[in-house]
Design a protein around this ligand. Structure first.
Ligand code: ARG
Length: 401
């Protein structure tokens, strides 16, 4: 066994991280251990990715199947928090980083590596999520980012790959930067950097064009304490629930987003997303909360949900505040059980029915028809006292002109 320094690299199988293996080895003299994490990104066969890492000079290469773990421990908490950064973005990339980090740290500890490397640039959120995430789990580990710290540019990467005959495609020019997992897909750069340019149909793979004529699809989602447990009566795992809705909601173009986003590093960036399963699930979960969560708890939870999303976006998955909020969010989901019926059509997931043994909706209190049990005579006094402080202020202001 060699005694040289070991570095664990977050490996995607793409050009940059393939070249990074040799680039890091040359720059530092360390041995590189490549770790790829399957978060449901699909695409290439994982064994092909593993073999490529070895062919590019990694001393060891692993692929961790983290799909269920990602769905259960990362996507589910996001669903319970109705997590939408800037009220829109379901945190696709932000959610996958902490589970990748967990596997990198595990590999570093198993192999006695002192450093973890990732392929992020110096302009994005992901570098923060990796490095703060690693610090939170293993404060003794160091981080390097070859693209940012070792001057590994795209042109140099292509040149390096060709010179060293690395088994990786360098000619196929993808103009976009894409990150995808089972919770959704992010598309950046290329012609999208002109924020007046509309997205073209070509960039989407999880969703069909919502403008194409199609018959609507009706789906019933069953939740238990905030967790989706069945679809149309068939028991599902969290991962299956997301996958099934990616298919069914994706077929109707649900979950496409085009937005300018506030990055943690201070810049605004154009982002296109597609997250059909996530958007359908969040819409259903939110509505079931409307039916089952008491008003004051629901109002406060909206503030907590927003803060939770910002913390996760900002790379603070393992921070004390985020963890404390998890406790609140879990508690608030204790009664979020029941069924939601939705229609998927024309780019939208629209709730059309709700049914729950935990419902706070009281037909007798709500109805305007016969069977009304609401005693309207209490309303007059209630309003009198409820409005008292506002009225006192108004009278004072009137008196003082
Ligand atoms: N802006 C999004 C985020 O920060 C997406 C990042 C996608 N990453 C990428 N390498 N394309 O969560």
């Amino acid at each position: 066994m060699s005694t040289s320094e070991k570095i664990v690299l977050a490996y995607s199988g793409g050009l940059d991280t393939s070249v990074a293996i040799g680039w890091i080895a040359e720059a530092t003299g360390a041995e590189v251990i490549a770790v790829a994490v399957d978060v449901g990104q699909g695409g290439e066969d994982l064994d092909t990715i593993r073999k490529r890492a070895l062919a590019c000079g990694a001393v060891e290469a692993y692929v961790a199947d983290a799909r269920d773990e990602f769905a259960d421990e990362y996507c589910l908490p996001a669903l319970k928090a109705n997590a939408l950064y800037m009220d829109r973005y379901p945190l696709v990339s932000a959610l996958s980083r902490p589970v990748i980090v967990k596997h990198l740290v595990k590999a570093a500890q198993q192999h006695g590596a002192g450093t973890v490397a990732h392929g992020c640039t110096g302009k994005g959120n992901d570098q923060v999520r990796f490095e703060v995430g690693i610090t939170a789990l293993a404060p003794e580990l160091k981080c390097i980012a070859p693209v940012r710290d070792l001057a590994l540019t795209r042109d140099k990467a292509i040149d390096f790959a060709e010179r060293n005959n690395l088994p990786i495609e360098t000619t196929k020019k993808n103009p976009y930067s894409i990150d995808q997992n089972v919770w959704g897909r992010a598309i950046e750069t290329g012609f999208l950097e002109d924020i007046w340019n509309p997205p073209i149909e070509d960039i989407y793979t999880y969703t069909q064009d919502p403008a194409e004529p199609r018959d609507p699809d009706e789906v019933v989602i069953t939740f238990d304490e905030g967790r989706p447990v069945a679809i149309d009566g068939e028991t599902v795992t969290m991962l299956q629930a997301i996958e099934i809705l990616n298919q069914r909601a994706g077929a109707h173009g649900v979950g496409r987003l085009d937005m300018v986003e506030d990055r943690l590093v201070g810049i605004k960036s154009r982002e296109v997303y597609e997250a059909p399963g996530a958007i359908a699930l969040i819409a259903a979960h939110q509505e079931l909360e409307n039916v089952t969560v008491e008003r004051e708890l629901a109002r406060f939870k909206r503030t907590v949900d927003q803060r939770w999303g910002e913390l996760v976006y900002d790379g603070l998955w393992s921070s004390p505040l985020k963890q404390a909020l998890d406790g609140f969010i879990d508690d608030a989901n204790a009664h979020v059980s029941g069924e939601i019926r939705m229609v998927l059509h024309g780019g939208r997931a629209v709730v059309t029915g709700r049914r729950s043994g935990q419902s706070l909706y009281d037909f007798g209190l709500a109805t305007y028809d016969t069977g009304d049990t609401f005693d309207q005579s209490h309303a007059k006094g209630f309003i009198e006292l409820f409005g008292m402080s506002t009225k006192l202020a108004a009278v004072r202001n009137q008196k003082n002109g």
